[in-house]
Design a binder for this molecule. Sequence first.
Ligand code: UDP
Length: 314
Amino acid sequence: MSTPRVVITGAAGFIGSHLAETLLDRGYAVVGIDNLLTGDLANIAHLTGRDFVFIKHDVTNYINVEGPVDFVLHWASPASPIDYLELPIQTLKVGALGTHKALGLAKAKGARFVLASTSEVYGDPLEHPQRETYWGNVNPVGPRGVYDEAKRFAEAMTVAYHRYHGVDAKIVRIFNTYGPRMRVRDGRAVPNFIGQALTGEDVTVYGDGSQTRSLCYVSDLVDGVIRLMLSNANDPINIGNPQELTIEQIARTILRLTGSSSRIVHRDLPVDDPKVRKPDITRAMTILEWGPKVSLEDGLGKTIEYFRTKLAAR
Ligand code: UDP
């Protein structure tokens, strides 16, 4: 059998680059596509010389890939709340037009498709923890609406291609994920706190810090995605770590692990900031036989090391 070939949109991004690397390690050929809007070639430079091809392209336009394709993983999108504020139209376009083009590629090639969706489809959830059957509580005209609604549209488009064109399409709802290759100025809680702790700046906790998130280490997430890609599932599946923590607890843990003497300061809570978030992972556990393995301390330890090296090189 010939080497299975995977197209990853957003391959130069945080999760996209880890997906590319792990799939290469597992014997796949990878075609990575990225317009480098929020991605970085430094994330994939080490893949040169392997069975990896990079195409610089904006996937809101027609995607042309020569040769056979077995899987299309659609990961391209800004993914940090500060990016949605700076890149609202691009966020909407890649979720809508980009998903359409990526699905078109999968259909033309007879490839399986996986959409990177998000826990943001649940909005500021009124059901806790969030099961895949929950329809969500999203403000379409708030600042996060550009991301939430783009991903909700992307899910609808993915399901339509499955139902009406018979594309073997899957949807993963990704909960907060962290690890090496997040940008130092990414704006999300984990990279902000680590960057601030390592440089002695104040650690900025938004609101009173009682809002919760559940943090999944990137290698666990990637393992879940690959299991989904190889499964027969077509319904959405949550992948995330169900260990729920307050943002204040996350900030204190990072201060302890970095040995930092930074102070915690409080800033205004962003508009529509979800108050709680925790995945129900029953589906992933039963259908994919998946569960997170990396502890928070180990995952944060690896992420802190990465940030130390990055900051030292600046
Ligand atoms: N947050 C914070 N300080 C920061 C960045 C984020 O307190 O410097 C909070 C943010 O308001 C939210 C939580 O941390 O309640 C997680 O935010 P993040 O941007 O990581 O992602 P979200 O889960 O909101 O998409």
